[in-house]
Design a protein around this ligand. Sequence first.
Ligand code: ASP
Length: 332
Amino acid sequence: MKRRKFLKRASITGLGLAVTPSIASCTTENKKEQKVAAIGKAVVPITVATWRFHNATKAAWEVLEKGGTAIDAVEQGCRVEEADVKNTTVGKGGAPDRDGNVTLDACIMDKNGNYGAVVCMENIVHPVSVARKVMEETPHVLLAGKGAEQFAVEQGFKREKLLTEASKKAWEKWKIKSEYKPIINIENHDTIGMLAIDKNGDISGACTTSGMAYKMAGRVGDSAVIGSGLFIDNSVGGATATGMGEEVLKTVGSYLIVELMRQGRSPQEACEEGVKRIVSSNPNYKNFQVGYVALNKQGEYGCYCIHGGFGISKYQEGKQTYIESGSYIPKT
Ligand code: ASP
């Protein structure tokens, strides 16, 4: 997927009538930091997703506009990407770890604060739906590896090979070049994190990924970890993350953003602060990417990232829009 094109200016025109622009007011030591207004009119239902996952927000919107629940919307949206073999960052077709095994992480969280997740799960195309089963059918919240796979099969999910020929070829090429080391850079990721508010005004979220490409076997990132890749509080809003999971985990990014919104920050301001926590604690920040998306209970959203090139797909009032995120390091 070509999501790395940095467009010089953010466009908010797609927001149409919904725009009540509000420029984020955080100050920063980085004078070149790019600010982008990304706060829309408070209209629900709404769904937002990381990156240009337009097929996912469309599927989620179809659920919401029929009066469906936010939890169904985010699950259906994520499933679209998990099934898309051309998407090498999620589900079937996802890039494998450095040993050539595709291992998936996913989670889901509902309006009541219930959460379910699977990590390092192989051979199952729809980890988001397995995560939902963990949430609804077990006394636990997180299943890992073989246990998660076994549970999925017991729940009626079919085992399937996830490594496609294209992903295998790319991995074989990587192996020659990288001497079998895991590499962390800003290109080898792209999780889908989704947030939705339904007609009743309730919020839910989900996040699903194959993780960093060519990661070490057994590595688990932020995406399925509550508070890091995703957090929902139905009295405040929700947040989700993409990018270098280790950094999101260390700062408990999504939880931080929701708590900042609870204290009165806008979703945009909260995402910016989430990024700044990482930047201020890791001098290496120029070498990786993290992007956040937040949605408050009023239906206002925000997004922010370390490097330019990130953006979000939004569906609201029957209309789909791509919103480019502001970034801490603008592309020069
Ligand atoms: N956050 C994911 C992880 O660290 C990577 C991604 O965004 O694709 O596993």
